[in-house]
Design a protein. Structure first.
Length: 133
């Protein structure tokens, strides 16, 4: 596995609309996409910053991954996502190297990317997402 770039940085928020206002009105960025990913119980908003994106994540259910994260840790940085050639192959490579996985194979995520997560207990406490087109 060799990441090509940081695909995005995921930030958990309690209110998507208020957070979008901050990024647009204070930082001067433009939200280019809002999307609901039902199976992950989340609404997302994306901003482009140079070659990297910021993904805001608002839970649509308290029992979803973002809802649980916010209950436990509060809003803030949730994950870093790296672009790879093939997310499933990258997950398998990481597992062969002893990394604990959240996803054994990639699944569909926001922006129609194939995504999979490495467990933060194996990645120095940082939830790591691998993404491919």
């Amino acid at each position: 596995m060799k990441p090509t770039h940081i695909e995005h940085i995921g930030i958990a928020v309690t209110n998507l609309e208020e957070s979008i206002e901050y990024y647009e009105n204070i930082l001067g960025l433009k939200c280019y996409s809002i999307e609901e990913v039902k199976d992950q119980k989340v609404r997302t908003a994306f901003f482009q910053v140079g070659d990297t994106k910021i993904e805001l994540l608002e839970s649509t259910s308290d029992d979803g991954p973002i809802g649980k994260f916010i209950t436990k840790k509060g809003p803030g940085m949730h994950h870093i996502a790296f672009a790879v050639e093939n997310a499933t192959e990258a997950l398998q490579d990481a597992e062969k190297k002893g990394i604990r996985l959240i996803d054994k194979v990639s699944r569909k995520g926001a922006e129609s990317l194939n995504i999979g997560f490495l467990h933060p207990k194996s990645t120095n406490g940082v939830l790591t997402e691998l993404c491919s087109k």
